[in-house]
Write a protein that binds this ligand. Structure first.
Ligand code: SF4
Length: 310
């Protein structure tokens, strides 16, 4: 079966071996974050609907999970906001009922947590990783560039309602954009918000690969450590190391797999080798071919040369 909505399994920085589920078309999102690794949001929306057929996603999951793969998480993520899909609750319930051994994680930008239906849909997930990048309205607008009607105040309100109701684990992610949310004032506001949310973990992140806006740079490791210690007891800086428990891609054609991976997000040759379980020399060979065909291009970044789709 060729999968349209599943990707991976991929070695995730935070979640180990993770099978990804992408429930919305590329860059359908409630935000258009300046740091987004997937490019500009092309469909900026707050409209919840069945963007891809719920039955189709369930059929793919049933096909893949029936093979009893070794996974740490089945993760709702991808190149847009998964809670925009109106069937996410049904899909989570399917996994928990049919394949209870698998832990389910949902990565969300928190924008729709004000909606009681969205909160109810996530109740059966084992882990929710919501984002909170800003508390003040002006910083929120600058970083997250939300769909009209979404405010920083409402996002925080939704998050607080969610953590009051949700029985599972919550890892709050704070993405630091130097010059925007790393000021003392904003970090202190974030600290107060973190204290009110009281998540199981706080993860401080920064740009690791080229983002939407080329002017956005990474925060330094020292700055991240300082921010993490201000945010509170359990805040940690996320490392970049990938687990080495790699499953080889199902598709035979490595060039296609590499191109599909780069289309989702820019990667270094090393990332691709680790992610796909392909020897580095093979990765380089395919990257040269894809570059000669004008399908990918290299971009020099602090962490090395990233390849992105043209
Ligand atoms: S980073 Fe996430 S929330 Fe922000 S625009 Fe990209 S997909 Fe949407």
């Amino acid at each position: 079966m060729a999968y349209r909505y599943l990707f991976g399994p991929v070695p995730s920085r935070r979640l180990g071996i993770s099978l990804g589920i992408d429930l919305v078309p590329h860059k359908t999102c409630t935000f258009d974050c300046v740091y987004c690794e997937c490019g500009r949001t092309t469909d900026l929306t707050c409209e919840r609907r069945e963007y891809v057929p719920t039955d189709g996603v369930i059929a793919e999951l049933d096909d893949f999970l029936a093979t009893a793969p070794d996974l740490d998480y089945v993760t709702f993520a991808g190149s847009g906001e998964p809670t925009l899909h109106s069937g996410i609750g049904e899909i989570i319930s399917f996994i928990k009922e049919r394949y209870p051994r698998y832990r389910v994680a949902v990565l969300t930008n928190s924008a729709l947590l004000t909606d009681p239906e969205v909160r109810a849909a996530l109740m059966r997930a084992d882990l929710v990783v919501p984002s909170l990048d800003a508390v003040s309205e002006e910083v929120f607008l600058e970083i997250n560039r939300p769909c009209p009607g979404i405010t920083a105040g409402r996002v925080l309100e939704g998050l607080l309602d969610f953590v009051r109701e949700y029985p599972g684990e919550v890892w709050l992610e704070v993405f630091i954009v130097p010059g925007q949310n790393d000021t003392e004032e904003e970090v202190l506001r974030l600290r107060d918000a973190v204290a009110a949310i009281s998540p199981d973990r706080v993860q401080v992140n920064t740009l690791d690969r080229p983002g939407t806006d080329i002017r956005v740079r990474s925060a330094s490791p020292g700055a991240l450590e300082r921010i993490a210690s201000t945010l509170g007891g359990n805040a940690e800086v996320i490392g970049t190391a990938c687990t080495d428990r790699v499953l080889p891609p199902k598709i035979e054609d490595a060039g296609e797999v590499i191109l599909a991976t780069i289309r989702r997000r820019p990667c270094t040759p090393g990332d691709l080798a680790a992610l796909l379980g392909i020897r580095p020399a093979e990765v380089s060979k395919y990257l040269r071919i894809l570059e000669d065909r004008g399908l990918v291009e290299p971009v020099q970044e602090e962490r090395g040369v990233f390849y992105r789709a043209t």
